[in-house]
Design a protein around this ligand. Structure first.
Ligand code: GLV
Length: 317
């Protein structure tokens, strides 16, 4: 039986599945392992099932025991792992694409709606019991007929486009490459972010976090947007320069912001906390029972496939 380390507590069903297939070391108290502890615990293991909270940088990878041949990340994103360092040590990295697409697209729509319709302010009023209805109370922005810019038209971006069309939005996108007209379904392609941002009444960020996309929303690029645009991020916090964003919100250049992800999670720029036009969630894009179960199953299957065949279709390095 192959030996694996599972760094975070999973749903019971998923842990039971792992225990049937592997000699699995679980983390029953869901301790956040330090890098040193993770290295220590992986001694004698053939693989590790990691989560986005595990920072698997070059130093950590170089200190992993030689027995570790695969790191199966319980996420579609893999910005927490140094892919190159892993490749150098012939450790394969896998992710869990597809299974979290719908759940994440739902959260992206929640961010758009929450930001546009001033949900944070509304919730505060109700909790403080100091509101009364009036014709001009909490007037927000309606989505019907507004242009939605999607930055990163991958699996999640495409589902957001489908959902947003049902709200009457007009879809624009920027991607590394233009989609076929069949996949575009009438969406307008922009070959630069400047062109996309300049038509985005609402922008949904759905691209991967890379060196190229880090701080892609910054003081300069914020000026490309129409005044009063809404920006939402359900991908990774690294894409936004938070100080520039707070400044743009204060100037009303940006009308509202919806965030599910942050730089330096679980911390976030404290400047966001008291802003009434910021709608914030705690990284729950994939947090449904169906999706988290499917992600864990896939992360386990990725390990199994690799141990049986020496390869894995969800390999990312
Ligand atoms: C969640 O953020 C993921 O990448 O799966």
């Amino acid at each position: 039986m192959k030996k694996i380390l599972i760094t975070r507590k999973l749903l019971k069903l998923s842990e039971d599945k792992a225990l049937k297939i592997f000699d699995a070391k679980l983390n029953s108290i869901d301790e956040l392992y330090s890098q040193t502890k993770l290295i220590e615990l992986s001694k004698g293991c053939d693989g590790i099932l990691t989560s986005i909270t595990d920072k698997i940088d070059e130093e950590t990878i170089n200190k992993l025991p030689n027995t570790v041949k695969i790191i199966s990340n319980f996420a579609v994103g893999f910005g927490n792992i140094d892919l190159k360092a892993a490749k150098k040590r012939s450790i394969i990295i896998t992710n869990t694409p597809d299974v979290l697409t719908d759940a994440t697209a739902e959260i992206a729509m929640l961010l758009i709606l929450g930001a546009a319709r001033r949900a944070s302010e509304g919730i505060e009023y109700v909790k403080k019991n100091n509101w009364k209805w009036s014709a001009d109370f909490l007037i927000g922005k309606q989505l019907t007929g507004r242009r939605l810019g999607i930055l990163g038209m991958g699996r999640i971006g495409k589902v957001i486009a489908k959902l947003a069309r049902a709200f009457g939005m007009i879809i624009h996108y920027h991607n590394r490459s233009k989609l076929s007209s069949e996949l575009e379904m009438g969406a307008t392609y922009h070959d630069s972010i400047k062109s996309l941002f300049s038509v985005s009444d609402v922008l949904s960020i759905n691209c991967p976090a890379t060196k190229e996309t880090e701080n892609i929303i910054n003081a300069k690029t914020l000026e490309y947007f129409p005044k009063g645009a809404i920006i939402t991020n359900s991908a990774r916090g690294d894409m936004i320069d938070d100080e520039a964003m707070i400044n743009a919100l204060n100037r009303r250049k940006i009308y509202a912001l919806g965030l599910d992800v942050y730089k330096g999670e679980p911390n976030l720029n404290p400047g966001y906390l008291n802003m009434k036009d910021v709608f914030i969630l705690p990284h729950i894009g994939s947090a449904t029972k169906e999706t988290r179960t499917a992600m864990a199953n896939l992360a386990i299957d990725n390990l199994d496939e690799f141990f049986k065949t020496g390869n894995c279709k969800n390999k990312v390095n």
